[in-house]
Design a protein around this ligand. Structure first.
Ligand SMILES: Nc1ncnc2c1ncn2[C@@H]1O[C@H](COP(=O)(O)OP(=O)(O)OP(=O)(O)O)[C@@H](O)[C@H]1O
Ligand SMILES: [Mg+2]
Ligand SMILES: [Mg+2]
Length: 475
């Protein structure tokens, strides 16, 4: 089915990624490990932007930027250069942001997502490096705040701004793009996406070929999706009432789920970009080949390989390759039990139980899941008991073998089940009759009898199969 995009929705995203795994900031030696520290304790004259201080570029930050560019299939520029973007706002006391302008470190590239109607290529316009400004904390809501606190711990952190082409056609596609970006960055080991402010989104959207509106500084993917849904609706209603969409910047109010106008484009600053005189241009292209060689296998390639190498569905391949930790966990399990069983148990059951509890894959051990899968495949416990063991471990701790003993989960002997099946059939001739007459439900009733006789320790699915077979034999 082809997606028509009846409202002509176009979405382009600017995503700021904070490279919080680097040890130090972009232009000074301040530590980046500030997230649980007091405000304004990770600062120095450089990242506070005091007069007379001079920046020194962090080589590791440049390498990480090249790595990200390459992973997004971007060209790496011959020589990159920093510019001053001049504006006056207290989040940057020096009066300008050190960023990149006409020589961004990475040029055009692409990312493939699962779109509304199959695979879709989203163009990357560029990815550039810049410094993060300080963090303003408004007292109350932004548009009628009584005062503001500023925390400069964040000031000078390395940001990579990844700018996409306006290639997305729905909030859902925007969300998929963001998830894909996060997945790629997770594989590259350049940032910890769980830390506050690790990824921030500016969402640009237009409808019916009109002007774009930019919703700035959205801090979650869910927020981006909601802001876009709201904004598309607002723009469509405005146009239907005969209004015109003007280029403007809006703010997303997470609590109320609405966007609010902040300034129109005419009010926007002339940034007076000019080359940063305190930093020499950097030759970067020659570093690219060596960094490219060291790139890990990325999500798309891993997904393809999983599909080929292991027997699994496309859905499992996707679920198992989104996070690198999960992919590695799966491969470890698959090397010890059948890969097919491993994919069902890890992707469907274990991940489901973990998500439900808001836990990551590191909350479970490979050893335990392997043991549970073996107990089930060796027919010692039922699948349902396997799930129960996982839940018990997550909620109360413990080891599979001990839980099996404590809860008496070992399956009853096969001949006991066979005997229960025979008894259930001979004791319930009417139900058997009904079942033979086409009433599927009566079979459930007889299965229930078998479960009663075995005190619930028979495998219900197996009991059902045996019943069907026995009834066939006898009739
Ligand atoms: N018609 C459009 N509809 C929706 N998005 C658009 C449209 N035209 C451009 N865009 C998107 O707007 C974004 C422009 O980002 P860019 O960083 O180049 O400029 P900017 O927003 O003016 O600058 P700043 O970085 O200061 O916000 C891109 O993601 C682009 O895809
Ligand atoms: Mg931008
Ligand atoms: Mg922008």
């Amino acid at each position: 089915m082809v997606y028509e995009n009846p409202d002509g929705v176009k979405i382009g995203l600017e995503v700021h990624v904070q490279l919080n795994k680097l040890k130090t900031k972009l232009f000074c030696g301040c530590s980046t490990d500030y997230h649980s520290d007091e405000p304004n304790t990770h600062v120095c004259p450089v990242c506070l932007g005091l007069p007379g201080s001079l920046p020194v570029i962090n080589e590791k930050a440049v390498e990480a930027a090249i790595k990200i560019g390459l992973a997004l299939n971007c060209s790496i520029v011959e020589q990159t250069q920093f510019h001053r973007k001049n504006y006056y706002y207290p989040d940057l006391p020096k009066g300008f942001q050190t960023t990149q302008y006409d020589y961004p470190i990475a040029g055009t590239g692409k990312v493939v997502i699962e779109g509304e109607d199959g695979e879709r290529v989203i163009g990357i316009t560029r990815a550039h490096m810049e410094e993060d400004p300080g963090r303003l904390q408004h007292i109350g809501t932004i548009e009628r705040s009584k005062g503001t606190h500023i925390n400069y711990n964040r000031s000078g952190m390395t940001l990579i701004e990844i700018v996409s082409e306006p290639d997305m056609r729905s909030p859902k596609e925007a969300r998929r793009y963001l998830d894909k970006l996060r997945s790629i960055l997770d594989y590259l080991d350049v940032f910890d996406g769980d830390l506050e402010g690790a990824m921030r989104v500016d969402a640009n959207v237009s409808v019916f070929g009109g002007q774009r509106v930019e919703v700035k500084n959205i801090s979650s993917f869910k927020g981006a999706e909601r802001a876009l849904l709201y904004e598309i609706m607002r723009q469509k209603n405005h146009v239907r009432r005969g209004g015109e969409i003007v280029m403007e910047t809006r703010h997303f109010d997470e609590a109320r789920g609405v966007t609010i106008s902040m300034r129109t484009k005419e009010e926007e600053h002339d940034y007076r970009y000019f080359p940063e005189p305190d930093l020499v241009p950097l030759r970067v292209a020659d570093r690219a080949p060596e960094i490219k060689k060291a790139l890990p296998e990325l999500p798309d390639a891993k997904r393809e390989r999983f599909l080929e190498q292991y027997e699994m569905s496309g859905m499992h391949a996707r679920a198992l390759t989104t996070e690198i930790k999960v992919a590695n966990f799966y491969e470890d399990v698959a090397s010890q039990v059948s890969p097919k069983d491993a994919s069902v148990w890890v992707a469907d059951i274990l991940k489901g139980e973990l998500n439900y509890r808001d836990l990551g894959i590191d909350a479970f051990t490979i050893e335990d899941i392997v043991e549970i899968i073996q107990l089930v495949t060796e027919n010692k416990i039922t699948e349902q008991s396997g799930v129960e063991i996982i839940r018990t471990i997550l909620d109360h701790g413990g080891k599979p073998q001990d839980i099996v003993k404590e809860k008496g989960l070992l399956k009853v002997e096969d001949d006991i089940v066979a005997k229960a099946v025979e008894e259930a059939i001979s004791e319930n001739p009417e139900a058997v009759e009904d079942y033979l007459g086409g009433k599927e439900k009566s079979l459930n009733f007889i299965v229930g009898k078998v479960m009663q006789k075995t005190k619930g320790r028979a495998d219900a699915r197996e009991a059902r199969e045996q019943l069907i077979e026995k009834i066939k034999e006898q009739n």
